[in-house]
Design a protein around this ligand. Structure first.
Ligand code: G4P
Length: 526
């Protein structure tokens, strides 16, 4: 198969949702269709339940699971599908943001009863910043939930999506009878817990006035469906693939993942419309998948869960050319050549060594501390991929060394955990004190636990009241005057960038008023 064919086959995407909407269930059903797993229950939920915050064995177990399910690959209808797993727990949202840099499209799962929830809002915002094509799957139609039109309004208002329903439900909960697929013009009747929607359950109804509709769903439901579909076609635009690909319009499907209902329609449509590997932007230029020379970037680093082996796995997204085993590549940041004897692919818990990988593929590279998130590998060109920013953390604490004899171990452990992206470290300019910033409280406990078990270091935390970490942009003289005036609130981040640690929203406003020529950003790339 030619390189072009290989590239055109790849479909790399992520599934995002608020916890409990059904991401794990949907992933599992997709893997069943692809033959990647044989039995339900094979995909372990990567959820760390709130109650598990003090149960660190649970966290360790989850880390094991999340390595195994980082990338789930399978073949379906001539396409090679790579599903990138995203952590379910909202305290790990940064991990998800970074994983989203490595996908070409996403499927958003919404719980029919809950509608759009906070975590979905945050994640979709990140996708929209990059115009990532989005398909929406409204799940749990076997339960009572919100009205279809209200849900579409919710998607438009809260997520800012322009939607285009491609299927429409017939009733819900007890009255749920199935979905009408407006894309393929057929009716799929619901049988609870059916193993798979087989062809005899799907009937072609090209024209909704067909009396077969009454025969199958009854008069009342048939009349309702006709009315709904008429309204839908009146309000929403006809599906336009180009608009979906440019992130302007999102197709919407309805179904019930646990009952394997509506999943095949979703997958069939996905393989038909979802984009193959897309170009990636670097500081220097745009990188096209079809270029001859290999390039890729690290979007995730996973520490080995066995503390006796300090190896980590760095996840590389191939952006252009062909990646080959045992071939010398340039580690751009370190300006040195590296080759990899055991690049690994992950197929739903099965690891195997890859000889070659193509744009869209993800490979795991064993790493003994050489990589940071965002690093690039190339055949020699200086390329720095952008779009992997750090976001302002939500919670901050001073971190102190609790064991004077282990200061070195603490420093090393902190740097490595930050390279992995567990949290962000800011060093105050005035006194060198270190502040850890995280998305949620859970990471503070994870850091303390991992420092102890993997590095033999002890730390304790001290509260610090901060509102936001802000990255500054502007002319050198303006930044200098900002820095001089705000000395006690200035720190540097892991890359040595200047950060303003604003104590409150009020302090932030004041700083902006006093320094109108300095742009204040809540993320490290702008
Ligand atoms: P997540 O990864 O998005 O967090 O969600 P997950 O798939 O784990 O699903 C959350 C809960 O919702 C699970 O129930 C799951 O069985 C249920 N669920 C998923 N899809 C559907 C659906 O189409 N209909 C209904 N009625 N339920 C659905 P649980 O009780 O939390 O877990 P479990 O004991 O079933 O594993």
């Amino acid at each position: 198969m030619s390189v072009l064919d290989e590239i055109n086959k790849r479909r790399t995407f992520g599934i995002i949702s608020h916890p409990d909407a059904g991401k794990t269930t949907l992933t599992e059903k997709l893997l069943l269709f692809g033959g990647a797993i044989q039995v339900a229950g094979a995909v372990k939920s990567n959820k760390i339940k709130r109650s598990a915050t003090s149960d660190f064995m649970e966290i360790e177990k989850q880390r094991g699971i999340s390595v195994a399910t980082s990338v789930m690959a399978f073949d379906y209808r001539g396409k090679k599908i790579n599903i990138l797993d995203t952590p379910g727990h909202q305290d790990f949202a940064e991990d998800t943001f970074r994983t989203l840099t490595a996908v070409d499209s996403v499927i958003v799962v919404i719980d029919v009863a809950k509608g759009v929830e906070t975590q979905t809002e945050k994640l979709v915002k990140v996708c929209r910043m990059r115009n990532t094509p989005i398909i929406v799957f409204i799940n749990k139609l076997d339960r009572e939930g919100k009205d279809g039109f209200d849900l579409l309004d919710d998607l438009e208002q809260k997520l800012g999506l322009k939607v285009c329903p491609l299927s429409w439900p017939i009733g819900m909960g007890q009255r749920f009878q199935g979905v009408y697929n407006m894309y393929e013009k057929n009716l799929n009747l619901f049988r609870p817990h059916s193993k798979q929607a087989t062809s005899d359950e799907v009937m072609s109804i090209a024209d909704l006035s067909d009396p077969a509709l009454e025969t199958n769903v009854g008069e009342k439901a048939a009349a309702e469906l006709r009315e709904d579909v008429e309204t839908v076609t009146g309000i929403y635009p006809a599906f336009d693939k180009e608009k979906y690909l440019s992130g302007e319009v999102s197709p919407v499907f309805f179904g019930s993942a646990i009952n394997n209902f509506g999943v095949k329609e979703l997958l069939d449509c996905f393989v038909e419309i979802a984009p193959g590997p897309l170009p990636r932007v670097t500081e220097e230029r745009k990188v096209e998948p079809l270029e001859d020379k290999f390039s890729g970037f690290i979007f995730k680093i996973h520490a080995n869960i066995d503390p006796k082996h300090r190896d980590r796995i760095a996840f590389l997204r191939i952006c252009s050319g062909v990646f080959r085993r045992n071939t010398n590549y340039l580690h751009v940041r370190q300006a040195r050549k590296m080759k990899f004897a055991n690049p690994t692919s992950f197929m739903a818990a099965k690891k195997s060594i890859v000889e070659e990988a193509y744009p869209g593929d993800i490979v795991g590279l064993y790493d003994s501390g050489n990589f940071k998130i965002g690093d690039s590998l190339t055949e020699g060109e200086q390329l720095h991929f952008i779009g992997i920013p750090s976001f302002s953390p939500e919670q901050f604490r001073y971190v102190n060394n609790a064991d004077p004899l282990k200061a070195k171990q603490l420093a090393k452990g902190l740097v490595q955990l930050m390279d992995e992206g567990v949290a962000q470290l800011f060093t105050k300019e005035m006194n060198g004190r270190k502040i850890i910033g995280t998305v949620g409280a859970l990471q503070f406990e994870v850091i303390q636990y991992r420092l102890k078990h993997e590095y033999g270091a002890s730390c304790n935390y001290e509260p610090v009241s901060l509102h936001k970490a802000c990255w500054l942009d502007g002319a050198e003289a303006d930044i200098k005057s900002f820095r001089d005036r705000r000395k006690k609130d200035i720190a540097v981040d892991k890359d040595g960038k200047i950060v303003f640690l604003a104590e409150s929203a009020w302090a932030l406003n004041m700083a902006q008023e006093n320094h109108p020529d300095v742009a204040i950003h809540f993320k490290s790339e702008f």
